[in-house]
Design a protein around this ligand. Structure first.
Ligand code: AMP
Length: 400
């Protein structure tokens, strides 16, 4: 077998996550996180086998973060590789690929320029993704680097589903449309669910629920995304940890009229809404479930709003696809919360979902089926792994 070591890099505004995979088996060799880049108290945590290193480091920018990551991986004492040449390719996460990228790609100058140009659509993400790419390409030379875009899986959504019903010139001038995000996660769990259920994508429809701090739901017909709940930005759709998801857009104008500033409103919708906003407590389902159990009514209301919105989307996506075969739960909440899965998927008999409460409890946070044996729709929990998906993309592009 053609074994390759693929380094996956995922840069956030002040963090760099990395993992090294042995492909095609998908074995994780090392995993690390550099946090608080650009601040005084930056840290690195690296784990492999039963070895964990955790220390304070000086990291002023992403260029230096790549240096620190390579030092940790190549450290003769507790590193994992002897030589930088042991890395066969580097896979990068890029949030926005606009309308151009519907597949992962090998990074060329043209791709770099495009990522820069799409920064207009993802100002918080594309510039830092690009910083990581430039730093890694400079420091890990003579091998190929690939990019996996969060948006690309959703490029198959039909025009009538991605178009907003606003003046068409806004699409023509500014490319305002639904793009969708979390593409790597939705396509990864869909593929895993197909192989777990021994089904072919050509005759299977799925609804995948990625429920983490950010949440989105996708309708997948015959292997292709045909609709997804996040839109022009990740703010649309489901109730999330701190994001509102769908609201009446006129509320924004109303609040501006009441004296809130533009920035205050957008900050409120992104950072102070969702589970946090409704519960008034936390964005973390664990805290909210605990408070609800203790009788906190607002906490229960937050969980009910969260589950209700997902039910509505499951219903909508059942209507737009000819049939649904598999419903997938993933993400921190979807993979872990027995209570939320039950709140969402119980009592959906009318669309063929026969939820099994006992199986749900038994499965806990593992992979497995949580619907009854006779349920027309198979409900399944699949842990997501976006980094592994990026390594798979890089391997497929370069070595298969
Ligand atoms: P993610 O963004 O996928 O890492 O998901 C993070 C979120 O998952 C947290 O904010 C929690 O709301 C939720 N979560 C993680 N573990 C649990 C758990 N054991 N029970 C309920 N929710 C959880």
């Amino acid at each position: 077998m053609n074994n390759k070591k693929i380094l996956v890099i995922n840069c956030g505004s002040s963090s760099l996550k990395y993992q090294l995979f042995l492909m095609p088996e998908g074995i994780n060799l090392v995993k690390g996180l550099i946090e608080r880049i650009g601040q005084k108290d930056s840290t690195i945590k690296q784990e492999h086998k039963d070895k964990t290193i955790e220390k304070k480091v000086q990291v002023k920018d992403h260029n230096q973060a790549v240096k620190v990551m390579l030092e940790a991986i190549l450290n003769p004492k507790d590193g994992i590789l002897k030589n930088i040449k042991d890395i066969d390719s580097v896979a990068h996460r890029v949030v926005h690929g606009g309308e151009k990228y519907s597949e992962p790609v090998i990074i060329t100058n043209e791709v770099v320029n495009d990522i820069e140009n799409f920064a207009d659509l993802a100002p918080l993400h594309n510039p830092v993704n690009l910083e990581g790419i430039k730093a890694a390409m400079e420091q890990i030379q003579s091998i190929k680097h690939t990019a996996t875009f969060d948006t690309s899986f959703h490029q198959s959504i039909p025009e009538y589903a991605y178009m907003y019903a606003i003046p068409h010139e806004l699409y023509e001038k500014f490319r305002i449309r639904r793009y969708g995000f979390h593409g790597s996660s939705h396509s990864y769990v869909a593929n895993k669910a197909l192989s777990y259920c021994k089904r072919a994508k050509e005759n299977t429809n799925l609804i995948t629920c990625h429920l983490g701090n950010g949440c989105s739901i996708t309708a997948i017909a015959f292997g292709k995304s045909v609709d997804t709940s996040m839109g022009f930005t990740p703010l649309e759709g489901l109730v999330m940890g701190t994001r509102s998801g769908d609201i009446d857009p006129a509320i924004i104008h109303y609040l501006l009229d009441k004296g809130y500033t533009d920035k205050e409103v957008i900050d409120m919708l992104n950072k102070k809404s969702g589970l946090l906003g409704v519960s008034g407590l936390s964005n973390d389902v664990r805290d909210i479930e605990k408070a609800a159990k203790e009788g906190n009514k607002q906490a229960q209301l937050a969980l009910d709003c969260f589950a209700y919105r997902i039910k509505k989307y499951i219903g909508a996506y059942s209507a737009v696809m000819v049939k649904v075969d598999i419903l997938v739960f993933t993400g921190g909440i979807g993979q872990n919360s027995i209570y939320m899965r039950e709140l969402i998927a119980n009592n959906l008999f009318n669309i063929g979902i026969h939820f099994d409460k006992d199986k749900n409890k038994l499965i806990g946070n593992h992979i497995g089926i949580i619907s009854t044996d006779y349920s027309p729709v198979t409900v399944i929990v699949i842990p997501t792994d976006e980094e592994k998906k990026m390594a798979e993309d890089s391997y497929t592009l370069l070595f298969q």
